[in-house]
Design a protein around this ligand. Structure first.
Ligand code: MLT
Length: 265
C-alpha cells in the first residue's frame, strides 16, 4: 500500500499486527531497492519503506536537506504509523540516517540492520567530491552524474550489459530531480560523525557488507561492527555496495536468521 506522510511517499506491506521493520534506502536510489527483502519478509513482518525526501516519488521542495531533517522525517513516519519498536534497516545514506537516529532515539527501536554504510563523516576529500558532484549536475545534468556515480555502487558482475535489474535501477535513479540529488549531496557532506556512538549502541545489530563494496569496504564495516557490542558481521560474497539488491538471497537469509533471534514473527 502506498500512502503520503508529511509529503513523503511511504510504502507498506504485510499485516499491521506483525512486528514492524522500516527500511531506509541509499543514494541516489529509492524504496524499490528493498523489493526483494520486502517480498521475502512481508509474510511475517509489517514492512515499511519510503522515498527519502528529494528522491524517488518524494518531492524535493527547496532541496534544503540536512541529515537531521532526514532523521526527523523518519521519526514522523514512525509516529504517524504508530510503529511499536520497529527494526531499523538502512543502507549507506540510509545507514547514516539510521546511525544518527540511534544517537537521538535508540529506545524507539528493537534492533538495527546496517548494510554497506559507515559511521565516519566525509573527510575533506569527500566534501570536495560532493561539491564536484553538484557542479557536474549543474553543468552536465543529473543523468550524467548518476551514470558515473552508480558505477562505484555495484560489482562488475552485476553491471554486465543487459542485466534488467541494473538497467531498471539506473533508469529510476536517473529520473531523480536534480534539486533532490544536490540536496542529498549537501546533507551527506554536512553530516556528523557517529563513530563515538558505536560502543553505546545496545540493541542487537546486524552488519552486512558486500565483498566488493568500493564505497564502504568490508575492512571499514568490520571495524564498525567491532565497536558495537551486540553485533554480528557478515561479508556478502560476489556483491558490491548494493548487496541487498545484488545478492538478495544471501542477504535475505542473513536477515531472516537475525530477525528469528531478535524479532521473532
Ligand atoms: C549511498 O549509497 O547512499 C551513497 O553511496 C552514500 C555516499 O555517497 O556516501
Amino acid at each position: 500500500m502506498k500512502t503520503k506522510i508529511n509529503n513523503l511517499s511511504v510504502f507498506t506491506s504485510g499485516n499491521t499486527n506483525s512486528k514492524p521493520i522500516i527500511f531506509v534506502h541509499g543514494f541516489p536510489f529509492d524504496h524499490g531497492m528493498w523489493d526483494a527483502q520486502i517480498e521475502e519478509l512481508s509474510e511475517d513482518y509489517y514492512c515499511i519503506t519510503y522515498d527519502i525526501r528529494g528522491l524517488g516519488e518524494s518531492p524535493a521542495g527547496d532541496g534544503q536537506f540536512t541529515m537531521e531533517s532526514f532523521v526527523d522525517d523518519l521519526e514522523t513516519i514512525i509516529d504517524e504509523l504508530k510503529l511499536n519498536l520497529p527494526v531499523l534497516c538502512g543502507l549507506s545514506m540510509g545507514g547514516y540516517i539510521s546511525l544518527r537516529a540511534m544517537e537521538k532515539m535508540e529506545e524507539r527501536f528493537r534492533a538495527l540492520i546496517l548494510c554497506d554504510t559507515k559511521a565516519l563523516a566525509d573527510d575533506n576529500a569527500g566534501k570536495i567530491k560532493r561539491a564536484e558532484g553538484i557542479k557536474s549536475i549543474n553543468e552536465n545534468g543529473v543523468e550524467n552524474f548518476v551514470e558515473q556515480f552508480v558505477l562505484n555502487c555495484f560489482s562488475e558482475n552485476f553491471m554486465i550489459k543487459n542485466n534488467p535489474e541494473y538497467e531498471e535501477v539506473l533508469i529510476r535513479s536517473k529520473n531523480n530531480s536534480p534539486i533532490g540529488v544536490k540536496g542529498c549531496l549537501l546533507a551527506m557532506a554536512g553530516r556528523t560523525d557517529t563513530t563515538a556512538l558505536l560502543p553505546n549502541i545496545s540493541i542487537p545489530t546486524l552488519v552486512l557488507c558486500g565483498e566488493e563494496d568500493k564505497l564502504t569496504p568490508p575492512r571499514i564495516m568490520k571495524s564498525m561492527a567491532d565497536q558495537i557490542n551486540n553485533s554480528e558481521f557478515h561479508v556478502i560474497a560476489r556483491a558490491g555496495h548494493m548487496a541487498p539488491l545484488e545478492a538478495a538471497d544471501i542477504v535475505n537469509e542473513k536477515m531472516r536468521s537475525f530477525l528469528a533471534e531478535y524479532s521473532k514473527p
